[in-house]
Ligand binder design. Structure first.
Ligand code: HEM
Ligand code: MG
Length: 234
């Protein structure tokens, strides 16, 4: 059917966002990963995840346009431009300075995969701990690590994304196997029992989730770059 999972072909564009890659693998976004406009991406996120076109997503999509010289669309691979949206201490990709900031990396993902031991779900507390641990790991290996309030804010949002889209936006609880399939295979775990959120993910419930994650982390900026920065073009 139209939204069956299909692995990308070698010429299809994919990038550092497991959420958008997944939407492309299921045909909610163009399967070739190209010509993505703001309305196209907002509709795909709503159709695939029941995530409403809230301001936060609109801003994210607009920042996506800054990663290319094209005037009104981007490709999934454009999003890898380091310093616009792409940042260090990702959950499933290596730091830009360490090599490959685009493709899924099982070694990097180990921290999240092994979090919340003893139970079969991730939650707000485990997500916050994973964020702290990824940062601690990168402080050891990446002397160019960038960790300002901007990267922290984006990372909180991304933790909120996997908890809400693969789990429950109200409780912040997400089954481990759903989250792992999402990251590793960039596939909606439909056969495994995942269902698109019944509750629309929107401004109120998502903001609450983000505050809850941020309330249980102790974060501080570090590194040479102290002023939040953003690359305005490639
Ligand atoms: C990461 C772009 C929406 C899930 C990223 C990254 C980019 C990006 C550039 C890489 C950041 C990094 O880790 O260095 C976008 C844009 C979006 C969007 C432009 C739409 C406006 C979504 C949605 C989801 C999602 C709706 C829902 C599941 C994630 C997750 C990460 C991520 C979980 C973290 C990956 C990691 O840390 O390894 N996104 N994204 N994104 N995105 Fe998206
Ligand atoms: Mg990254």
């Amino acid at each position: 059917s139209a939204h069956q999972w299909q692995a990308p072909s070698p010429t299809d564009s994919r990038g550092p966002c497991p959420g958008l890659n997944t939407l492309a693998n299921h045909g909610f976004l163009p399967r070739n990963g190209s010509n993505i406009t703001i309305p196209v991406v907002l509709k795909a996120i709503n159709d695939g995840f029941n995530f409403q076109p809230i301001n936060l997503l609109r801003i994210g999509a607009k920042l996506g346009l800054l990663t290319t010289d094209a005037e009104d669309s981007f490709t999934l691979n454009n999003l890898a431009l380091h310093g616009t949206l792409e940042h260090d201490a990702s959950l499933s990709r290596n730091d830009y300075a360490l090599g490959d900031n685009v493709h899924f990396n099982e070694t990097v993902f180990t921290t999240l995969a092994n979090s919340n031991p003893g139970v079969d779900y991730y939650n707000i507390t485990s997500a916050a701990q994973v964020m702290e641990q990824r940062l601690a790991e990168d402080k050891i290996v990446n002397p160019t690590l960038i960790n300002t309030i901007k990267e922290f804010t984006v990372r909180i949002v991304e933790s909120g994304f996997y908890l809400s889209v693969m789990g429950n936006v109200t409780t912040g609880v997400a089954p481990k196997n759903f989250v792992q399939i999402f990251f590793r295979e960039e596939r909606l775990p439909l056969e495994e029992g995942w269902e698109r959120s019944e509750v629309p993910i929107g401004e109120d419930n998502f903001d609450t989730l983000l505050s809850e994650i941020s309330n249980v982390t102790t974060w501080a900026p570090s590194g040479e770059v102290i002023c939040p920065w953003i690359r305005l073009q490639p």
